[in-house]
Design a protein around this ligand. Structure first.
Ligand code: CTP
Length: 415
């Protein structure tokens, strides 16, 4: 399972929230099963409607078996429940059409109610999430684009399809977006926009400092904490700019701007370019503090016969990105720092965190222990102690990184 598949499925943040998932006629209908599983894993309550078109590809039994209830089919007029068209509007908080066919988008734009599914959508007062999937020529057609524009202007969150080859053998934009992106967009629709208007810079993952053409100095950071923060801030309405180091599995929603870098210096440059326009900086990256003086400018591979029984490599100090940006910080800008420390216990971490928060000129600092055998690198959970610039500190219980991210965003807004 990829790292991104698990982000926000392992938290209770959205437990018991209610979603109505509508599946329409597309070969991608089978992917609705994965979406349903992500919703269920995150503790959401899911009801569904499977359109006549979708019945050509998937059975309602599949969704029932995976825990959706009730599962309506699109046979308007012969349902046992004569108010089935009102059910999602009365019972769900968000309605998701995934995949949404060209036909369904046309009906939605025009307000048609000739089928159970379209009547349910018309009678649904809450937020709509729409994930189109179809042949690229159909998707590019002005009629389809005009319908999508109407739906979007009415406030629906559109999860744009991906570029790639579709089942019909053509390539272009039309492939259903990744399940993760539809899942996160649904959570976004359930979230108050309390970070709207804020530009947030996030550094994530490790950096790699090359010594020769193939060898480098690095660390096992997965970038997970940074991605959880990126998703949390985005769900809450912020404009997110994510700078990620190498080797990070970083599928993110399309409107999160991702810059990929390799070295600490590249991360420093990308961060410095963005910082003046940012409101908040969240520095989760495990930046290498030193890099090797490269062997022959790093252009060739070192041969071991060129060394004796031992080899000395000199290191030079890298820029401290956070410290540099903190020195240029406007009073309205806020900084969230992280620290990974080896301390005997959580209690003794608090004073270390307080000292580092002050030294780094951060507004907030989250520290965790990386004692041997206790490292949280790559782990879905973390236990942090959080301190602010006023010296207040708290030790949080072991939480999913998604929940840590959520709470940290709330702390930053409080200050
Ligand atoms: N950081 C950074 N650039 C660096 C090093 C660290 O931006 N070159 C950021 C990290 O992303 C983190 C914070 O600074 O948010 C603290 O990193 P840490 O390595 O714990 O701090 P140091 O000051 O380098 O302290 P130590 O000597 O304990 O490593």
């Amino acid at each position: 399972m990829s790292l991104t598949e698990t982000l926000f499925t392992e938290s209770d943040l959205f437990a018991k929230r209610k979603v109505h998932l509508a599946v329409t006629g597309s070969i991608a209908a089978y992917k609705a099963a994965d979406l349903l599983r992500a919703f269920k894993k995150a503790g959401l309550r899911v009801s569904m409607t499977v359109s006549n078109g979708a019945l050509n590809f998937v059975s309602p039994k599949l969704f029932e078996a995976l825990g959706a209830s009730p599962v309506y089919t699109d046979t308007f007029g012969v349902q046992e429940d004569c108010f089935a068209h009102l059910w999602p509007g009365q019972n769900a908080e968000v309605m998701v059409l995934a995949p949404a066919s060209a036909n369904a988008l046309g009906a939605l734009a025009q307000g048609l109610a000739d089928r159970l599914l379209t009547a349910q959508a018309l009678a649904f007062p809450g937020p709509l999430v729409v994930a189109p999937a179809m042949n690229p020529k159909m998707y590019a057609h002005p009629a389809l684009q005009a319908n999508l524009k109407i739906i979007s202007e009415r406030g629906a969150l559109i999860v744009k399809p991906d570029l790639g080859s579709t089942a019909c053998g053509e390539s272009g934009i039309g492939k259903l977006a990744q399940v993760e992106e539809i899942f996160w967009t649904t959570l976004k629709a359930l979230t108050p926009d309390d970070m709207v208007g804020l530009d947030v810079l996030i550094t994530a993952g490790p950096t790699r400092e090359y010594w020769d053409s193939v060898r480098f100095l690095s660390n096992p950071s997965s970038g997970r904490m940074g991605m959880c923060l990126a998703l949390a801030a985005w769900m809450r309405g912020a404009k997110v700019h994510l700078i990620v180091g190498p080797g990070v599995d970083f599928l993110m929603p399309k409107d999160i701007k991702v810059t990929q870098v390799t070295t600490a210096h590249e991360m420093f440059q990308a961060s410095s370019d963005l910082w003046p326009a940012m409101d908040i900086g969240m520095f989760t990256a495990a930046v290498a503090d030193f890099s090797p003086i490269p062997y022959k400018d790093g252009q060739v591979k070192f041969k071991k016969q060129d060394a004796g029984d031992s080899l000395e490599i000199s290191l030079k100090r890298n820029e401290d990105i956070l410290a540099h940006l903190a020195n240029e910080k406007r009073p309205s800008q806020k900084i969230l720092a992280f620290a990974a420390e080896t301390t005997p216990d959580m209690e003794s971490l608090v004073s270390v965190a307080q000292e580092k928060c002050k030294r780094k000129k951060a507004d907030l600092l989250a520290a965790n222990r990386v004692n041997p055998g206790e490292s949280t690198f790559g782990s879905p959970t973390n236990q942090v102690c959080v301190v602010n610039s006023a010296g207040c500190g708290e030790i949080w219980p072991v939480l999913s990184k998604s929940e840590v991210a959520w709470r940290l965003c709330s702390w930053l807004l409080k200050k």
